[in-house]
Write a protein that binds this ligand. Sequence first.
Ligand SMILES: NC(=O)c1ccc[n+]([C@@H]2O[C@H](COP(=O)([O-])OP(=O)(O)OC[C@H]3O[C@@H](n4cnc5c(N)ncnc54)[C@H](O)[C@@H]3O)[C@@H](O)[C@H]2O)c1
Length: 350
Amino acid sequence: MTKLKVGIIGLGGIARSHCDAIAGLDNVEIVAVADLFEEKRNEYMTKYNIPRSYASHTELLADHEVEAVAVTLGHQLHHRLTIDACRAGKHVLVEKPMALSLEQCDEMIEAAATNQVKLMVGYTQHYYGTSLKAKEILDSGQLGPLITAVCYMSKNWSFAARRPQYRSRYHGGGMWVTNGVHVVDRLTWMMASQAVSVSAAIGTRAHYQASDDSATAFIRYKNGLAGVAVAVGYADGAPNYECQVICANGTLRFSQHGSKYIQLGKGDTWEDVPFADPPTEMHNEWKAFAESIEQNIEPPTHGEYGRHIMEIIFAAERSAITGNEVMLQDSHAWLHQKSGVPVTTRHGWI
Ligand SMILES: NC(=O)c1ccc[n+]([C@@H]2O[C@H](COP(=O)([O-])OP(=O)(O)OC[C@H]3O[C@@H](n4cnc5c(N)ncnc54)[C@H](O)[C@@H]3O)[C@@H](O)[C@H]2O)c1
């Protein structure tokens, strides 16, 4: 079997999850890593048996064996490094949040299209076993028409351990940009439609920092429905990662963190639903990325989709400042990929 040869750029915390996931796949292998720090490079090379490492991403991108890269470093570097990687002819899996402005997202999408490489955004919630099962049930139509959904990510912000960039909105930090993307991704995907407007309250309520720690957004969709996204990094409390979906003939609730469950509501009772549990969500994420390259189809969380999630995030921020509902631009064209490659509906995004 030919393996997809991958380079990982940025060897911080999340790179470990990527490497673990790839180690569990037989069609992907890591051939090189890049990080500024030698001890990190050595640590990863030893632990994951990786043959080469570089001190800069430009050196890694010049490695002809590398076909695809994971951009796994700080938010503010996603844009620049993705563009450099596309120009070097590498497929890109960029960590969330996609970038720090819509202009940056557009340039990333353009760079991928021009260089005919795949661009995927690492919206991990899209690859959880519970999320995939929930989407499958909703798409089957067995619960009847969708009415609304509410998604939470409410957790301890762990202020003392938070690195400075996450406490600064200027550097792309804050609960909303950092973790709100997960909630908005899951909600928007379940709502099976594109957002048309957002009204939100976003603020810094529990910590003294230069970025928000809490957000509630009311999002209207093209299909006429609305959903609510809640992302809060509290100072003390107990976590809630649940998503609840209400349909005309049944309800669903599911969560992947802490206890993993998906429950179906019928006849005033919640019943557990069995679901396929992958080793990790990253396992599914890398499987989908490799599959999109191998089959030349768009990945489920492709660049245009990634941009749409950021559009909702930024519109919510504007709404919180002005106190008004913010209309999104009509971004209908994104359904037709610039690369001309058909969009996969494998994960239900239509
Ligand atoms: N999908 C998820 O659920 C999830 C979870 C955690 C983090 N993330 C995302 O992953 C990204 C990285 O987060 P992290 O916490 O692992 O970051 P981190 O700060 O721990 O690590 C970044 C690494 O990149 C290296 N680096 C910085 N500039 C570099 C350059 N120019 N060339 C090469 N290496 C360079 C640093 O030395 C560091 O080791 C963030 O955008 C974050 O939002 C996603």
